[in-house]
Design a protein around this ligand. Structure first.
Ligand SMILES: [Zn+2]
Ligand SMILES: [Zn+2]
Length: 164
């Protein structure tokens, strides 16, 4: 076990309790994760900090428009008290796998406001927050599916498509 003294609180902690940082001599940050996150919280609460977070998010969004989709899924899961977390990479891979096509109607788009991340079995009705339970869905399908049973939704949709 490798330990390190935190430059902020002075506590000697296991290195796993420090964020990795390639620039640091020991490969980790000088201050521990606890100190880092409390410093970040203080910083983010100031008007400058808030503005910084906002522009930073906007920049990230530009680079990878899909990046916030896993965050949305994870925060709903947290709200519902469900385990299972999705990563940004998983969402990116999933969308690429499906060729940026809606799972239900095949609409293709790389516009993140059009193609959304859908929990096949809705979390509200016991679906898991895992990438295996996720499909890309256009906003229209996602909106009309909501918390409905996926098989039921697909059946109804097929019926509607035949009559229209
Ligand atoms: Zn510390
Ligand atoms: Zn669709």
């Amino acid at each position: 076990m490798q330990t390190k003294a935190c430059s902020k609180c002075g506590e000697i902690k296991d290195v796993s309790l420090f964020h990795k940082d390639k620039r640091g001599m020991s490969g980790v940050r000088g201050n521990c994760k606890d100190c880092f996150s409390s410093a970040q919280k203080v910083r983010n609460a100031t008007p400058e900090g808030k503005a910084y977070v906002k522009t930073n998010n906007a920049k990230r969004y530009e680079g990878n428009p899909m990046w916030n989709k896993h965050r949305r899924a994870n925060s709903s899961a947290i709200r519902l008290g469900l385990p299972g977390r999705i990563t940004e990479q998983q969402v990116t891979d999933l969308f690429a796998e499906h060729g940026y096509c809606c799972y239900y109607c095949n609409l293709q788009s790389t516009d993140p406001s059009i193609i959304t991340l859908d929990h096949y079995y809705p979390m509200a009705t016991g679906g898991k927050n895992t990438i295996q339970n996720c499909v890309p869905a256009c906003a229209k399908c996602n909106e009309s599916k909501k918390d409905r049973d996926p098989e039921e939704f697909i059946k109804n949709k097929a019926k509607k498509d035949l009559t229209t």
